[in-house]
Design a protein around this ligand. Structure first.
Ligand code: PMP
Length: 359
């Protein structure tokens, strides 16, 4: 089979075994004579998948019963608005701005007319780092960060200590390492990078935050509507949840989040090494200490006109999705869970040959 090596930033490659499993039971789920797409979300058969996926998330992260798990629609982008709608209680919300996705979240806070403050930003240096000295107020309504910045390739190496509930957009590093939940209020992200197809947004929310939303918040946009109904208030994206459940099963079969993290770190390390040892041919965007292990954004420092050539040649060699985001240009290799160490070695060797040819 001609499968490309897929470095797309999202939607991204899924484990082949997951796709093949889904393919096998596409027309007849477990030999029952119907597709999982064709039955009620209120059936026992679907409920098993739905609650099975929730249980896997709890197991993977070691989350206790203080939290609810939701499968929503509208992407991570809808969460930018749902967070201020649901979590403000008359005080101030605080944000750290680390790039396009936090800027969009901040814009939604502004639209909601809430009291908010950007307490730290790396805009001055074109988001090449996570700001130092992040100090959230103890009494903030919530403290908002994005753990991994998909476009700029930066990532928090530890979560800020907060007394206020920490709200995390983890869209691009969800299910890639274990997190300490002790101060997490909400953790959310689309499934389409590390955990399935687009169309499912996973939201993990601490139960004590559910009563904050005012009367005027529309029913579908209230977290409590969905937690009360175990994320079955209306028809959920059933096929996406089915694929999410399969992908979470695959993560468990790999040894869980600690094992996945180990491989992810190895992949990132050989790729960054190739950049650092290229004699200045390639140059990474992020400063070293804040480098993402999910999205590696870099340039051909020697001559940026070579970047489209690199992308085209890589494609000829069977590697797709390497064009940088339009905000940054250059090259971006997204090395999510389904990209293997072997795949990254192939890219590294291609980079070496390319630099030799054009350097
Ligand atoms: N946050 C981050 C960190 C992202 O990378 C993305 C998408 N690439 C989003 C939010 C927006 O997600 P969606 O397209 O699911 O709304």
């Amino acid at each position: 089979m001609d499968r490309k090596i897929n470095f797309s930033a999202g939607p991204s490659g899924l484990p082949l075994s997951v796709l093949e499993h889904a393919q096998k039971e596409l027309t007849s789920y477990q030999g029952k004579g119907y597709s999982i797409m064709e039955i009620s979300h209120r059936s026992k058969v679907f409920e098993e998948i739905h609650f099975g996926a929730m249980d896997k998330i709890k197991r993977l992260y070691g989350i206790n019963d203080d939290y609810e798990i939701l499968f929503l629609q509208g992407g991570a982008s809808l969460q930018f608005a749902m967070i201020p709608m649901n979590l403000c209680k008359g005080g101030k919300a605080e944000y750290v701005d680390t790039g396009v996705w936090t800027s969009k979240a901040i814009k939604e806070a502004k639209i909601q007319g809430i009291n908010y403050e950007v307490i730290a930003s790396s805009k001055d240096t074109n988001f090449d780092r996570i700001p130092e000295n992040i100090n959230f107020s103890d009494d903030a309504d919530y403290a908002y960060i994005c753990t991994n910045n998909t476009i700029y390739g930066t990532q928090y190496k530890s979560l800020p200590k907060t007394k206020a509930p920490l709200v995390i957009d983890a869209s691009s590093d969800f299910f890639s390492y274990k997190m300490d939940f002790s101060n997490i209020g909400v953790l959310y992200g689309g499934a389409q990078k590390n955990a399935g197809p687009s169309g499912v947004t996973v939201v993990i929310i601490r139960k004590d935050l559910l009563d904050r939303a005012g009367e005027s918040v529309p029913t579908m946009l209230k977290y409590k509507t969905h937690t009360d109904a175990k994320s079955l208030f209306n028809t959920p994206p059933t096929f996406g949840i089915y694929l999410l459940n399969l992908t979470l099963g695959w993560i468990e079969s790999q040894g869980g989040l600690d094992a996945i993290k180990g491989v992810n770190e190895q992949k990132a390390s050989i790729l960054y090494e190739a950049i650092d040892n290229s004699g200045g041919f390639y140059k990474g965007h992020s400063i070293k200490k804040d480098r993402s292990i999910m999205n590696v954004s870099y340039n051909i420092a020697l001559n940026s006109e070579l970047e489209p050539v690199f992308v085209a040649e890589a494609e000829k060699a069977g590697m797709i999705g390497l064009k940088g985001h339009r905000h940054l240009g250059g090259i971006r290799a997204s090395i999510y869970n389904a990209v293997s160490l072997e795949n990254v070695k192939t890219l590294v060797s291609f980079m070496g040959e390319f630099a030799k040819k054009f350097g």
